[in-house]
Every structure is written in C-alpha cells, then in structure tokens.
Design a protein around this ligand. Structure first.
Ligand code: HEM
Length: 193
C-alpha cells in the first residue's frame, strides 16, 4: 500500500471514531503512528465480533506457540529497533538456544494475554484492568508507547494461515478491533505514570 494511501487509511479510521484531534507521525521506516489521545473512548467490539474471536481462538489455540513465535520473528524482521527494547535479548554472548528460549517464553506470555482478553470480552472491566496494568509494566520495561500498536498486524498475519478456510474481511476486522482495544488500554496505562 502506498504511503499516501496508508496515511489516508489512518486518518479515515481516526475520523470514524470521532477523533479529529489525532496527529499523524511517520517514522523513518515509514510506519504511521496516530498520537495517542487518552481522552478518546475505547474501541468497540460487537457481539458478532466476540463470537468470531472465540471461534477462531478455539482453532488457533492448538498452534499457540507457533503463532506467537512467528508474530515476534515478523515484528523483529520488519522493525529491528523493537528487538533492542527487549533487555534480556541484549545480553552479550546469548547462544542461539538461549535466544530461542527467551523468544518462545515471551511469545507464549503474549499469547496467554490474548487468551485472557478473549475470555474477558464478557467482562470488559476486567479486560481494562488487565491491560492497563500490563501497560504500566511495559512502561517500566522502557518499551516505547508507539511500539505497542505494531503487535496486532503481526499477530493477524500469523493466525491467517491457520484459519485459511474460514477467513473473511469480517475476521480481519474482529482481530484488528481486539488488538486496538488491548493496545488502547495498554497505552492508557503507559500514559498514566
Ligand atoms: C499487545 C502487545 C503485547 C502484549 C500483550 C505483551 C505482553 C507481555 C507479557 C504478558 C509480558 C510478561 C511480563 C508481564 O506480564 O509484565 C511481557 C513482557 C515484556 N514485553 Fe510485552 N507485550 C506486548 C507487546 C510488546 C512489545 C511491542 C514490546 C517491545 C517493544 C514488548 C516488550 C516487552 C518486554 C521488554 C518485556 C519484559 C522482558 C521480557 O519478558 O523479556 N512487549 N509482555
């Protein structure tokens, strides 16, 4: 997608949520970030989307480790600067085995959080609490706020092959909305300290 189209897409998305104060930032590798506005209301997820997410998760869960690792490898390949955010990965002389163990452990933790969020879709207060606290911890790990939104698109690309037979635009939108909601609360937590 051309840079212009991507900016347009971001701006259109921002207008749809009634937010006309977001400002667009473009990084060196042409990622587009919308400046976070903590006053903005939380993204919506419809009942139909909750159903889709739960159905998909039942299928994807079998390959949870694979999906998690592919998401992170994709993230590091497309955004090498994110790699440095992982303090533990900066340890000098980390062997390949240790490195993959760290990668796998972190990927599984993220997948565990997705699992918790799917079940907390029926209790949005708990989802908010979980992700806001997660955001506060990520701030303490010195993770940049703008990196948080990069996770969703990588995750979606890695689950698609596992759901090939059922995947539609509706599925894409449901997962995009879930990550938007998770990241919204994480970023809110990060901004609160
Ligand atoms: C939706 C996105 C993400 C979720 C759900 C998530 C989830 C988690 C979880 C569950 C942990 C374990 C420790 C804890 O609970 O505090 C963790 C640790 C951590 N995360 Fe994330 N994370 C996300 C995105 C990111 C991104 C984009 C980065 C890097 C730029 C990152 C960097 C870290 C670091 C540095 C740690 C601590 C050290 C480590 O475990 O290796 N996270 N994350």
């Amino acid at each position: 997608m051309s840079l212009l189209k991507r900016i347009k897409k971001c701006l259109t998305g921002a207008n749809q949520t009634g937010d006309n104060q977001s400002s667009v930032m473009i990084s060196k590798n042409k990622d587009i970030f919308i400046r976070f506005d903590p006053q903005k209301t939380a993204p919506e997820i419809s009942e139909r989307e909750v159903e889709i997410l739960k159905d998909c998760w039942n299928i994807v869960q079998r390959d949870v480790a694979k999906v998690g690792i592919i998401s992170f490898v994709g993230l590091f390949e497309t955004h090498p600067e994110v790699h440095d955010a992982f303090m533990s990965f900066r340890v000098v002389n980390t062997s390949d085995t240790e490195y993959s163990a760290i990668l796998r452990a972190h990927a599984l933790r993220v997948m565990g959080t997705v699992d918790k969020c799917i079940y907390r879709l029926d209790n949005r207060d708990k989802l908010r609490e979980l992700m806001t606290e997660m955001g506060i911890r990520h701030k303490n790990y010195s993770v940049k706020t703008k990196f948080i939104d990069l996770m969703g698109p990588q995750f979606i690309s890695s689950i698609k092959p596992h759901l090939e037979t059922v995947w539609t635009d509706e599925h894409e939108k449901a997962w995009d909305n879930l990550f938007k909601l998770m990241c919204y609360y994480m970023r809110k937590g990060m901004c609160s300290i």
